[in-house]
Design a protein around this ligand. Structure first.
Ligand code: ATP
Ligand code: MG
Length: 446
């Protein structure tokens, strides 16, 4: 992409309404625009990051055998009356009436609708296990939308639902989700810690939230500091192996880690030596639930088992806050000059800064670099505007591309360009084709 032809409305001033750094930086970098309280347009740069995150979520879901589908955002109230949640959900549900006076709602979550799809088409245990998921917009009429996309009213969520014959199989699905989520967040450059949580309106026996530690997080968290040393490390886990998935669950959930909802001070003291006790704040970026037959029983999602009995299926649901993650990643990765995107989610793989726009040789070198990167399947952002170098660097730092190639007449005389790492600020001079090879190598495994 050439910046002169792109739409990147960066702001010079820090918007006064933004209280936390991710919100400020998203506004300043021209990623989002607020359209109403808690409702945002995703401008091109923000949209690219959102899509990258969504893509990782899809890849990791499908890696463990989960099947994508897409359900509507608007739902009929009927299904929610069947489960008893139409009245129970409260004012967070946006209720709408259509022209025929039918009660509708903008889905805050989809347990009822997916259960309806399941019961209409699946009748035998032979079709199990089954996990269906979608990435779709949700609406929750939050009383205090704030912090930009972190607590919006309209937000993008991955929501998945497993259907299993037995409690044991459903618990395997739960553990498999935990493994898959660890890998998903890690690919985004995040450490998200699973913590035992309270189930809230979704209901259930077993539930873990995934929290990214950040001072601006809305949840208070209590944990054993040893947990932050754990790394999933991209290990291969067979998603069908109960034992392998359980081993990961045990490793990541055996130490004390809870949100304020389930925190037990006496247990914390008994289980964790004082030197390792931590109290901090965290951002919830996902949650997994096992809730058994809570929806399948009242809604008649039953299958025949091996003996011909009709039994309600065991279910769980699993959510990732896709749009919230954009903010959470910035909270975890920025400095005083702007965002620092992890390579896994960056909107462009690298920036190219032309220090002497209009100088024939420099322009030609930038064009050649650009084409060479594109030929390698990479997406560079080329700042080809007629602007001062300082302004170009400031924009690149603000929008946070992890790598920058700077091209100027002086370097070209010596046959080199400059490759700069956004995170460390370190630069090195090298031949243009070496810079291309280096960038290609960095992204090869991602
Ligand atoms: P919270 O406690 O933050 O209100 P929740 O527990 O109600 O969230 P879930 O039902 O677990 O949310 O939804 C799954 C994920 O969707 C959450 O882990 C979170 O990352 C994201 N999410 C929930 N509410 C919002 C919101 N208002 N804005 C953006 N993302 C949200
Ligand atoms: Mg939650």
């Amino acid at each position: 992409m050439r910046l002169s032809r792109y739409f990147l409305p960066v702001l010079k001033e820090t918007p006064s309404e933004a209280q936390i750094v991710s919100h400020r930086l998203m506004l300043r970098a021209g990623m989002i625009r607020q359209q109403a309280a808690g409702i945002y347009s995703w401008l091109p740069l923000g949209y690219r990051v959102l899509r990258r995150i969504e893509q990782i979520v899809h890849e990791e879901q499908q890696r463990v055998g989960h099947i994508p589908l897409l359900m509507p955002t608007l739902q009929s109230a009927e299904l929610w009356r069947e489960s008893g949640r139409y009245d129970a959900y409260g004012p967070e549900m946006l209720r709408i009436r259509d022209r025929h006076d039918r009660d509708m709602l903008f889905g805050p979550t989809n347990e009822e609708m997916i259960t309806d799809i399941f019961r209409s088409h699946v009748t035998s245990y032979k079709d199990l296990p089954l996990t269906l998921y979608q990435v779709q917009w949700k609406f929750r009429d939050e009383i205090r939308p704030r912090f930009g996309v972190m607590r919006g009213r309209e937000f993008l969520m991955k929501d998945g639902y497993n259907f299993d014959l037995s409690r044991e199989d459903a618990l395997h699905a739960y553990n498999r989700h935990l493994v898959s989520y660890l890998r998903t967040y890690e690919r985004m450059g995040l450490q998200a810690i699973p913590m035992r949580a309270d189930s809230g309106p979704i209901g259930g026996d077993d539930t873990h939230e995934f929290l990214v530690l950040a001072e601006t997080g809305e949840s208070e968290v209590f944990y054993d500091s040893e947990i932050t040393d754990l790394r999933f490390g991209g290990r291969e886990v067979d998603p069908d192996s109960h034992a392998q998935c359980r081993a990961v669950l045990d490793e990541f959930t055996s130490r004390y880690a809870r949100t304020d909802e389930t925190h037990d001070a006496a247990m914390f003291e008994a289980q964790v030596p004082e030197a390792r006790r931590r109290v901090a704040r965290g951002i919830e970026v996902g949650q997994i639930f096992y809730f058994g037959t809570k929806y399948s029983e009242p809604m008649g999602a039953v299958v025949t088992d091996g003996e011909g009995n009709r039994v309600p299926v065991h279910m769980g649901s699993h959510g990732i806050g896709v749009s919230r993650l954009v903010g959470a990643i910035i909270e975890a990765s920025h400095d005083e000059n702007g965002i620092i995107w992890p390579e896994g989610v960056t909107p462009f793989h690298c920036g190219i800064v032309n220090l002497r726009q209009g100088d024939a040789e420099t322009d030609a070198a930038c064009e050649a670099l650009y084409k060479a990167l594109v030929a390698r399947g990479l997406e560079p952002l080329y700042d080809d505007r007629d602007e001062r170098a300082g302004g170009k660097f400031a924009t690149m730092d603000l929008i946070g591309l992890p790598w920058r190639i700077t091209v100027g007449p002086r370097g070209l005389k010596a046959g080199v360009v400059e490759l700069t790492c956004r995170r460390t600020g370190e630069s090195e001079e090298l031949a243009p084709e070496m810079a291309v090879a280096r960038i290609a190598e960095i992204y090869a495994g991602l």
